[in-house]
Design a protein around this ligand. Structure first.
Ligand SMILES: *Cc1c(COP(=O)(O)O)cnc(C)c1O
Length: 380
C-alpha cells in the first residue's frame, strides 16, 4: 500500500454541518457557520476580530491593502517561504527584502532584520515555519523601535504558541490557512485574517465586502449600504465554513493524533540522528509544536535526491520545498536578498518532508522509519 504525502483531514462531523448549511438556504459569505467559526477564533485567540477568507493568500492580500502598501514600499520577510507571503505585497507594488533564516527552526533570523531596514521599510512578515514560532519578542521590539507593522504568516501555525501566547496574536495582523495540506481545512481551500490592532477592524470588514459597509448595514449600524472604500470579495462561502466548523469542534482530537505521529517519527528516527546521518527538527524552549510538519535534514542535495527516490521505490511519497524565493524568476524581479545567504539555500536543499496527516497510522510510520534506516545504514 502506497503512503501518500498528505490526506485532507476528515473527522466525520463535516457532512452534517455542510448539509445543515445547504438546507438553511443561505450559503454565501458571512453566514451562520462563518460567524460560529469566527467567534471560536475570537475566543481562543483573544484577538480583536477574526475574518474567514477564501484562503490564507487572500487574507495576506487583505493585510497589504489594510496597511496601505504602495509602490516603492519595502517589506521584510524570509526567502524560505511560500510565494503568497511575497505576492500579497508585490500586488500592491512593494519591493520584497529577503533576509536569511536560522538553521535550527528555518525561521527568519531575527538578528538580521534591523540591518535590512531602510527609510522605505513598512512591514516585517515573520513566517512561523512548520508551526514553530519565530523569535517574536525580538521581532516586535525591532518593529516598535522603527515604527513598522508586523504581519504574521501563521499559515502553518494553528494551535501553536510562543511563551504561552497563541501565534497569530503578536503582529498587528496575521493570516492562517485552511488549505487541505494544513492541520484543519475548510473543504480544501480557506483562510483567516486575524486583527489584533482594533484600528483595522472596521476597514477590514469593508474591504472584505467589496468596499461596501454591508457588514455594518446588517448589524443595523447604518440604514443603507454603499461603496465606501477599495475592496474585493474576500468572503468564505458558508458551506466551507460549515466544513471547517466540523473540524474546529474536534480540533483537540486532530492535534492529539498529529502530535502522536510526530513523536513516533522522532523516536523512530532518533538513532539516525545519533549516528550523525540526519538532523531532526528543533523546538526552542519558548515555542510549542503543533505537529504541522515532520521534516528531517540530510547531508546534502545529492543525498536528498537519492533518499526521495529510495522512499518512492518503497511506495512512500515524501516531498521537499521551498525553492528560495530570491532565486526564482519573480523573486529576482520583485525582491532583493539583504546580507549573506548563509543558510537559506544550503539548508533548504537538505530538507525532506515526510508524510504527515490526520489518521497516519503507527504502522505506516514504522514502515517509513524502517525504510529510512535501511537507506542510511546501508541495508537498502
Ligand atoms: C499554505 C501557506 C500559505 C498559503 O495558504 P493558502 O490558504 O493556500 O492560500 C501561505 N504561507 C505559508 C507559509 C503557507 O504554508
Amino acid at each position: 500500500m502506497k503512503i501518500g504525502f498528505n490526506k485532507p483531514p476528515y473527522i466525520g462531523n463535516e457532512e452534517r454541518y455542510v448539509l445543515q448549511a445547504i438546507q438553511s438556504d443561505k450559503i454565501s459569505g458571512n453566514g451562520f457557520f462563518t460567524r460560529k467559526c469566527e467567534q471560536w477564533f475570537e475566543e481562543h485567540l483573544r484577538c480583536q476580530r477574526a475574518l474567514l477568507a477564501p484562503s490564507c493568500t487572500h487574507a495576506l492580500e487583505m493585510a497589504a491593502i489594510l496597511l496601505d502598501i504602495k509602490e516603492g514600499d519595502e517589506v521584510i520577510m524570509p526567502s524560505y517561504t511560500f510565494v503568497s507571503t511575497a505576492n500579497a505585497f508585490v500586488l500592491r507594488g512593494a519591493k520584497i527584502v529577503f533576509v536569511d533564516i536560522r538553521p535550527d527552526t528555518m525561521n527568519i533570523d531575527e538578528t538580521l532584520i534591523e540591518a535590512a531596514i531602510t527609510s522605505k521599510t513598512r512591514v516585517i512578515v515573520p513566517v512561523h515555519y512548520a508551526g514553530v514560532a519565530c523569535e517574536m519578542d525580538s521581532i516586535m521590539a525591532v518593529a516598535k523601535k522603527h515604527n513598522l507593522y508586523v504581519v504574521e504568516d501563521a499559515a502553518q501555525a494553528i494551535m501553536s504558541s510562543y511563551k504561552g501566547k497563541s501565534l497569530g496574536t503578536f503582529g498587528h495582523l496575521a493570516a492562517f490557512s485552511f488549505h487541505e495540506t494544513k492541520n484543519i481545512t475548510s473543504a480544501g481551500e480557506g483562510g483567516l485574517l486575524v486583527i489584533n490592532d482594533a484600528q483595522f477592524v472596521e476597514r477590514a470588514e469593508i474591504i472584505r465586502e467589496k468596499g461596501t459597509n454591508r457588514t455594518q448595514f446588517f448589524r443595523g449600524m447604518v440604514d443603507k449600504y454603499s461603496w465606501v472604500d477599495v475592496g474585493s470579495s474576500y468572503l468564505m462561502n458558508d458551506v466551507s465554513a460549515a466544513y471547517l466548523w466540523g473540524q474546529l469542534e474536534k480540533i483537540d482530537a486532530i492535534q492529539e493524533d498529529r502530535l502522536s505521529s510526530w513523536e513516533n517519527y522522532f523516536q523512530g528516527l532518533r538513532p539516525l540522528m545519533e549516528e550523525g546521518f540526519i538532523e531532526l527538527p528543533t523546538i526552542p524552549r519558548e515555542c510549542t509544536n503543533n505537529a504541522h510538519m515532520f521534516y528531517i535534514k540530510v547531508k546534502d542535495l545529492k543525498t536528498r535526491t537519492e533518499f526521495l527516490e529510495h522512499l518512492k521505490r518503497h511506495d512512500i511519497n515524501a516531498v521537499f520545498h521551498y525553492v528560495p524565493l530570491h532565486s526564482s524568476v519573480a523573486g529576482e524581479k520583485f525582491g532583493r536578498f539583504e546580507g549573506r545567504d548563509t543558510y537559506t539555500t544550503s539548508e533548504s536543499e537538505r530538507l525532506v518532508r515526510l508524510p504527515m496527516f490526520y489518521g497516519l497510522t503507527s504502522g505506516q510510520i514504522e514502515k517509513i522509519t524502517t525504510s529510512a534506516h535501511a537507506f542510511f545504514e546501508g541495508k537498502a
